[in-house]
Design a protein around this ligand. Structure first.
Ligand code: AHR
Length: 498
């Protein structure tokens, strides 16, 4: 019998699971922004609300989306914000450039449309500024346009475009992947340039939080060595983590299944390693967070740069991929690490929000469906804003790479209710979960997400083949709870306080 025992330390919380750990990323890339999210204010072919697809808006509002980063990605370092404000018909049509694509970009989705959409779905906006082809003054002007309460020409322009009150955008990225697409800087040059940008931006808006572009360890070490000269100029250092080793999107082997899950789990180590590098320069009590600006699975079919892991890129490249149950399990495993690291990880954005890469929402013409990852995120909603709790899992069964087959995360909300999410990573073994009575717990409600095969996905013809279902939790608050967890499944249970 595979009995898995879970112990939760309810009285020693790790910290708060910030809503920013459940952020998303919308780039002007492929069909993420244009077509997926934005159909245009004049669109007759599709129901929309002020240009945003109505069905997508409804799905995202329900997920939820506490934070949204925009407009890139690599697109950010080509983006000139002035192209996207004012009357739509007079906006210039530019080359939309990101990740090797060149498309016509009419700029109809600009700053005001994006920020209005964020307010509509309750997302905190996070704007990624242009360092690669911009100037400090251009970025200062964007901040002033968005945030200035002083009656300036830019603030008046904002009011004329519909926003009398400042938007108050807190989070600002200074470039994106500037070690690559954002200008091919070396770490030292970027760090010095960052200081110039950040100094000027802080004059315009002393209360904003700025995100410096990080990368791997060597870049990060050089970066923080230089940035520590003026610690107040940096609030977050960004890293990106794409999982690349899991083979094809649907036709993966068992070995590749486990490789992807292991890669997702290793994201936590990248976060702790990055924080250690920050701490080494900024000291024990530093206030600089790790910003996981982009995370998720990137299958070879959706890659531009060639065959890796037994699948060839699709032509033409769309950056779209099937979102299987495996991808959703990997996301759940990564979220466990985010909760454990909630004191050092200050934000995290799944890449990307619609159609592109690890998307929770997909569209095709008038059809829309949500992926298993969407359901996993929704099942995690009770953790958002709650206190992460330490969890110890005794799992006698392991995966072939030696990891415990079952992993878990738990949190306590302000109203006293306790949320637990469990992942059975094993491909063939089910597990019996044994939970303590949790003295204050009333009868829990639980939902499970699974399928016969982790290769299963939803699609335009079968939008509901994988959906969460209610799941039995046996026992009581005195003798404890038992849950049968089938292979390759995620379960979320909420024990409401008495
Ligand atoms: O998300 C796709 C791309 O991945 C982004 O534009 C870039 O930041 C990263 O390389």
């Amino acid at each position: 019998m595979n009995n898995v025992t879970i112990a939760i330390q309810v009285d020693s919380p790790i910290g708060t699971i910030s809503p920013r750990l459940y952020g998303h990323f919308a780039e002007h890339l492929g069909r993420c922004c244009y077509d997926g999210l934005w159909v245009g204010a004049d669109c007759d072919a599709m129901p929309h609300e002020n240009g945003v697809r109505a069905d997508v808006l409804e799905a995202l509002a329900a997920m939820p989306v506490p934070m949204l980063r925009w407009p890139g990605g690599c697109y950010a370092d080509h983006y000139h914000w002035r192209d996207g404000v004012g009357p739509s018909e007079s906006r210039p049509v530019r080359l939309g450039l990101s990740c090797g694509l060149q498309v016509q970009d009419d700029n109809s989705l600009g700053t005001d449309e994006f920020l209005t959409f964020c307010a509509r779905i309750g997302a905190e906006p996070y704007l990624a500024g242009n360092m690669g082809s911009g100037t400090p003054q251009e970025l200062c002007d964007w901040v002033e346009y968005c945030n200035s309460a002083v009656d300036t020409t830019l603030a008046r322009e904002r009011a004329a475009n519909g926003a009398e009150k400042p938007y108050g955008v807190k989070l600002w990225g200074v470039g994106n992947e500037n070690w690559g697409c954002g200008g091919n800087y070396d770490a030292e040059t970027y760090a010095k340039e960052y200081i110039r940008y950040a100094t000027m931006l802080q004059h315009v808006a002393p209360d904003i939080e700025m995100v410096a572009c990080g990368q791997e360890d060597e870049w990060n070490k050089t970066l923080v060595k230089i940035l520590k000269r003026i610690p107040s100029l940096v609030q977050h250092i960004s890293i990106h983590q794409y999982w690349l080793k899991g083979g094809p999107e649907t036709g993966f082997s068992d070995e590749q299944y486990y490789a992807l899950i292991a890669e997702a789990a290793a994201t936590e180590e990248f976060i702790t390693r990055t924080e250690k590098i920050i701490r080494a320069e900024f000291g024990e009590d530093h206030k600089v967070g790790v910003a996981l600006d982009e995370w998720g699975v990137w299958h070879p079919e959706a890659r531009f740069w060639g065959d890796q892991g037994g699948a060839t890129p699709r032509e033409p490249i769309t950056y779209e991929q099937a979102g299987t149950l495996r991808d959703a399990l990997a996301a759940a495993v990564a979220l466990e690490g985010f909760h454990r690291q909630c004191n050092i990880l200050t934000l995290a954005n799944l890449a990307q929000i619609v159609n592109v890469l690890h998307a929770p929402v997909m569209t095709e013409g008038a059809r829309m469906w949500v992926t298993p990852t969407y359901h996993v995120l929704r099942m995690h909603a009770p953790h958002i804003g709650a206190q992460a709790l330490p969890v110890e899992v005794q799992s006698p069964v392991t995966t072939p790479d030696g990891a415990p087959a079952v992993s878990a995360t738990a949190s306590r909300a302000a109203n006293g209710s306790l949320a637990i999410t469990l992942v059975n990573r094993h491909l063939s073994e089910s597990a019996t979960i044994v939970l303590p009575g949790l003295s204050n717990a009333a009868v829990p409600s639980a939902q499970i997400l699974t399928a016969n095969d982790p290769r299963a996905a939803n699609g335009p013809e079968t939008p509901n083949s994988i959906v969460p279902a209610p799941h039995a939790v046996e026992g009581d608050a005195e003798s404890g709870w038992r849950i049968i967890l089938p292979p390759h499944s995620v379960l979320s249970a909420v024990f409401s306080a008495e």
